[in-house]
Design a protein around this ligand. Structure first.
Ligand code: SF4
Length: 448
């Protein structure tokens, strides 16, 4: 069998599930397609890594064009080190069995220091494993490291004007944590190498490892081999507790405002008064019903990506909501938290926002408490489970956008889209999707 190097991602993959590593080497075509959300996570990682290089400016990128040019990248890294270069990005190393890239390598006063960049806001266990493996490969390839650190985003950083990279990023030393892990690495690595050399796919049943720490990308392949037993879940019986439902309804005050927000997160804060990964509301939909039997009007707002949508969003929303009447949402934690954040970041609206909270009624609660339940809800109280179980003539399946994650990806794509027809279409789809969320609330409430 061809000799293959175990990279950091292979090591992490094999640690999660040896079968996944085997499949990745031998049957890569069986990998599930990368979802848009997954691709977005990869892209975010790349842009955060690129930005973090500027913490150590003036370095040279050792990567050689195509990802397959491993030998060239390793040779170029060695050449840069030998020629006295002191800052190297994407430095590549191998000890003949393993391979790794290090995001940033810096020659400091007392020796080489390595910095691995992560787009997360705190250190996760698997990231410590990553760095332990990198330290193992780099030192075995012959370069002594004085220290190794993780660079991650600081979610307490609030942008004001130009990005302040030294505030945006936090550098945490991992040296003390990863040194004691070194002795155990061969014991984890060699069984993986032996398995690959043996050329036989290991027999491993699906289990908790399939989603931890990452969703495995061979799930479709393995599910075909181990079809799920359809009769394992006993269906819960239907339930309707009209007294409890009436109690919920009696609390409501007309006019009713059915409200839903969509929000977007940026790893690197895009606007002033925002933090890494802060949820920025960019759209709302509002159905308004003045009286019980009266008609339902619709209003909405959708920002334009280049400007911070929050000031217009909140001005428009506060005007529409007036001062009286219940505000009906699904899962109040989301909408309430976004409102609190706007009050914190734009204190001029705080007093008016504060008055809204006592008007909020969470339509999810009767479903979470199973005061109304049908087996079609499949033990879920998400809007996407409750709606089709109760309202047969309304469905997300006819819409271009069917869930909130896609809505925020589409909104983000508007930042780059130059084609006016595409922009018009995407905006129409976003408005349609958010409108469906509040129309669903109108229809569900009517079923109580
Ligand atoms: S789906 Fe589960 S069992 Fe199959 S390769 Fe992935 S982690 Fe292993």
């Amino acid at each position: 069998m061809e000799h293959r190097l175990i990279s950091k991602s292979s090591f992490i993959r094999g640690t999660q599930c040896p079968k996944s590593l085997w499949l990745n080497f031998n049957q890569p075509d069986e990998r599930d397609e990368t979802s848009d959300t997954q691709q977005h996570i990869f892209d975010t990682g790349h842009s955060v890594g690129y930005l973090a290089q500027q913490l150590f400016p003036g370095g040279i990128d050792a990567s050689r064009g195509e990802p397959g040019q491993v030998a060239e990248a390793i040779a170029y890294t060695a050449e840069l080190i030998n020629s006295g270069e002191t800052v190297i990005y994407e430095a590549a190393f191998s000890d003949g069995e393993t391979l790794c890239y290090m995001d940033i390598l810096v020659k400091e006063a007392d020796g080489w220091a390595a910095y691995e960049v992560k787009a997360s806001t705190h250190v996760k266990d698997y990231q410590v494993n990553d760095v332990a493996f990198q330290y193992y490969v780099i030192t075995r390839s012959g370069l002594p490291l004085r220290r190794v650190s993780l660079v991650h985003l600081n979610n307490q950083y609030v942008r004001h004007g130009e990005l302040d990279l030294h505030q945006l990023f936090t550098i945490e030393s991992m040296t003390e944590r990863i040194l004691p892990m070194q002795a155990a690495i061969p014991g984890r690595l060699y069984p993986l190498l032996d398995m690959l050399k043996a050329g036989i796919m290991p027999e491993i049943a699906m289990g908790p490892q399939c989603g931890n720490p990452f969703p495995c990308d061979f799930i479709d392949f393995c599910e075909q081999s181990y079809p799920e037993d359809e009769n394992t879940n006993e269906a819960r019986p239907a339930n309707r507790d009209q007294d409890e439902l009436d109690e919920f309804l009696e609390e409501l005050v007309y006019p009713l405002y059915y409200m839903d927000f969509e929000a977007i997160q940026f790893a690197i804060p895009m606007y002033d008064e925002s933090r890494p990964y802060q949820q920025i509301p960019f759209q709302y939909s509002l159905h308004v019903q003045q009286t019980k039997e009266g008609p339902v009007e619709h209003h909405d707002y959708l920002g334009t990506p280049l400007a911070d949508p929050r000031p217009e969003f909140i001005q428009s929303l506060l005007t529409r909501l007036g001062e009286h009447g219940s505000i009906i949402v699904w899962n109040q934690a989301f909408e309430n938290t976004r409102l609190r954040e706007i009050a914190r970041d734009y204190p001029e609206y705080a007093d008016r926002i504060d008055c809204l909270f006592e008007r909020v009624a969470d339509l999810m609660v009767p479903f979470r408490r199973k005061h109304l339940y049908t087996p079609d809800m499949n033990d879920s109280y998400s809007l996407k489970a409750v709606l089709p179980a109760l309202v047969k003539d309304l469905s997300y399946s006819d819409l271009e956008i069917q869930e909130g994650g896609t809505a925020s990806l589409i909104y983000e794509s508007l930042y780059h889209d130059k084609d006016p027809e595409q922009v018009r279409l995407k905006r129409a789809n976003l408005l349609e999707y958010c409108k469906m969320d509040t129309l669903s609330l109108v229809k569900i409430l009517a079923m109580l």
